[in-house]
Design a binder for this molecule. Structure first.
Ligand code: BJW
Ligand code: ZN
Length: 239
């Protein structure tokens, strides 16, 4: 890995507008289950069966039980060296953009100030009647959680078939269009529109690097790949 590492370090150092896109794999070493890897299933459900508005309409308790399980795991863990490395990088680069698909809040906890959270936050809830947003860190959460207006609260995350926050998504695409270096960390690269940020970076001419032990549909557009874990590669990359 050493020769490759030195080359990528130079690229990163000379980059004027680096963009980092992260997925569940960056939090795996902290103990957060990924969606599609081993241990990614909860009671035999696929995320595609739970992370949808239809699933919530049909059985909000079931969906909340899944989120409550995930919240209880996340509440008890800490960011790992990969999160801390990215927080440190932000402090050193002026034009740095961190985009995450994760809802766990670990980037912020590690000290990252500017994070584009594409899929929302597991620590925010939203009323399905009056749309009021609030922070909620109760673990366990009272199922079903209700709003002051009597409406059911849902996790303020983006489910399949739902639109991403337009403002956040625009910022992510704008940064990817300007990127001269793009690092894609710990994502299976199958969920849209997040995955297309990588193709946008590629088209912009960015130097593309992937950190993922497994090959992904995005591997083909990479200039370089690390097959080691994010927590091993990232601290060395920024050192
Ligand atoms: C490590 C590691 C270590 C492990 N180090 N790496 C066909 C074409 C285009 C689009 C679509 C389509 N069919 C359907 C769609 C739309 C759909 C979509 O993309 N579906 C695909 C499954 C095909 N997308 C949407 O619906 C999106 N909205 C949208 O498109 O709106 C417009 C629209 C509206 C109406 C109709 C049509 C269009 C919304 C997507 C929302 C995704 N939401 C979730 C849940 C969020 C809340 C929550 O967390 O509960 O987001 S699903 C889940 O997947 C979550 C994740 O953010 C997301 C991505 O997963 P990620 O991060 O990649 O994790 P994994 O587990 O998949 O991968 C982990 C990786 O880490 C693996 O590769 C490991 O190898 C690696 N790894 N350890 C480094 N130590
Ligand atoms: Zn309400």
């Amino acid at each position: 890995m050493n020769e490759l590492l030195e080359k990528i370090k130079e690229r990163l150092k000379s980059s004027r507008s680096p963009v980092i896109l992260t997925g569940a794999g960056i939090s795996a070493e902290s103990g957060v289950p990924t969606f599609r890897g081993p241990g990614g299933l909860w009671r035999d459900f696929k995320p595609e069966e739970l992370a949808t508005p239809t699933a919530f309409e049909k059985d909000p308790r079931l969906v909340w039980e899944w989120y409550d399980w995930r919240r209880s795991i996340i509440a008890g863990i800490k960011p790992n060296p990969a999160h801390y490395a990215l927080a440190e990088l932000e402090g050193r680069c002026s034009n740095f953009t961190l985009i995450t698909q994760n809802v766990d809040g670990l980037h912020r906890l590690a000290g990252s100030k500017k994070v584009l959270e594409l899929h929302g936050s597991i620590w925010r809830v939203r009323c399905i009647e009056c749309a009021k947003l609030s922070e909620n860190r109760d673990v366990p959460i009272k199922i079903l959680p209700l709003c002051e207006c009597g409406g059911i609260l849902r996790p303020d995350v983006v489910w399949f078939g739902e639109m991403l926050d337009e403002n956040i998504l625009n910022q992510a695409f704008e940064a990817s269009k300007r990127a001269d270096f793009m690092l894609v960390v710990g994502t299976s690269g199958i969920v849209q529109p997040a995955a297309s940020l990588a193709s946008t970076g590629r088209r912009a001419g960015a130097f593309m690097v992937e950190i993922n032990p497994e090959p992904t549909p995005l591997s083909g557009i990479m200039d370089a790949r690390f097959t080691e874990k994010a927590g091993d590669v990232l601290p060395m990359l920024i050192r």
